[in-house]
Design a protein around this ligand. Structure first.
Ligand code: PBG
Length: 321
């Protein structure tokens, strides 16, 4: 007798019935960039189809995403001035703070997440403050906590620290609780690799380090055990959701972290993953839509419960027809 697995692949209906992984628009968190000004929708050249919005237009964008069924956005800010400590990141009228308030006013149900980091706000482009030519861990924690509290005050539902300093989840949790933001959650970039796949983002967010690289704080791409350690630490420190980043080159890590994680797991399908597909599609070398859906399905199959992706809008359209 021949065992015939092909029987279960013979018609679209059967394939649908036995499909093990299905994407939903509810899986997506859409990253968006916000800057000062009015009526801005400036294209990001390294990320075709992505824009830097001003506060007025980002609300329109959020409405469109919400209309497609996407439940959540994560905000990245481009400040009008940078300094050594990234002080504009916790300013009352800061750009992210203004965007949170505007989106929440129009769409109170939408889940607004904010990236918490200093790299977009420091003149040196590192994710922490510099002391003796090094990124100083503990001096940075205070500033991250300040930034997180100011996002919570503006109405963020979750803050998402992406800096990879040790101990930041605990420090941020404590600061939020102290200021009576016990309902503001933490989505921690728990497992974040020092990746070249962030290249296009650094143009989009104007956040490239002006000297050196991020290898002394972000993880070595060769390490997997260390991912489990980072994930466990962040869960112990009180992260509500943890994240692995990037996604596609780290599917094994997503699977391993999923096995030990007692909280929802997000994966960040980063800028380089997006731009590679868009570039090849623009050349006519691949079917961009099919590659996108295959990538996103693979990230979910690997174990991600939530997916941060620049493809969120395209994927939602494909899923809604
Ligand atoms: C900020 C931050 C980065 C990304 C998200 N938050 C860049 C970096 O660490 O250099 C990358 C996102 C992407 O590439 O899409 N620290």
């Amino acid at each position: 007798m021949i065992i015939r697995p092909r029987r279960l692949r013979s018609t679209p209906t059967i394939r649908e019935m036995v499909r093990e992984t299905t994407l939903s628009v509810k899986d997506f968190i859409c990253p968006i960039f916000v800057k000062h000004g009015y009526l801005k929708r400036d294209p990001i050249f390294s990320m075709p189809g992505q824009y830097q919005f001003s506060v007025d237009t980002i609300v329109e964008e959020a409405e469109e995403l919400w209309g497609l069924g996407i439940p959540s956005v994560i905000l990245f800010g481009l400040p009008d001035k940078k300094d050594a400590t990234g002080s504009s990141s916790w300013a009352e009228g800061g750009i992210v703070q203004a965007a949170i308030a505007a989106i929440k006013e129009r769409l109170p149900e939408m889940v607004v997440i904010t990236d918490v980091c200093l790299c977009e706000y420091t003149d040196h482009g590192h994710c922490g403050v510099i002391k003796n030519n090094k990124v100083d861990n503990d001096a940075t924690l205070v500033l991250l906590a300040r930034q997180a509290v100011s996002h919570a005050r503006a109405g963020a539902d979750f803050v998402a620290p992406s800096d990879m300093m040790d101990g930041r989840v605990a420090v941020i949790r404590k600061a939020l609780d102290r200021e009576n933001f016990q309902d503001t959650g933490i989505l921690s970039y728990a497992v974040k690799y020092a990746s070249a796949f962030y290249g296009p983002f650094r143009e989009a967010a104007d956040s490239a380090p002006q000297f050196g690289d991020r290898a002394s704080y972000q993880m070595d791409p060769a390490n997997a055990l260390e991912a489990l350690k980072e994930a466990e630490l962040d869960m112990e420190e009180g992260a509500d959701i943890i994240m692995v980043k990037p996604a596609m080159p780290y599917l094994d890590i997503i699977t391993k972290v999923r096995e030990i994680s007692l909280v929802p797991l997000a994966a960040y399908n980063v800028s380089g993953e997006y731009s590679m597909v868009k570039a090849a599609e623009l050349h006519g070398w691949i079917d961009g839509k099919r590659v996108m859906m295959e990538m996103l399905t693979s990230i979910k199959r690997a174990g991600a419960d939530l997916i941060l992706s620049y493809f969120a809008k395209d994927a939602a359209r494909a899923l809604n027809f």
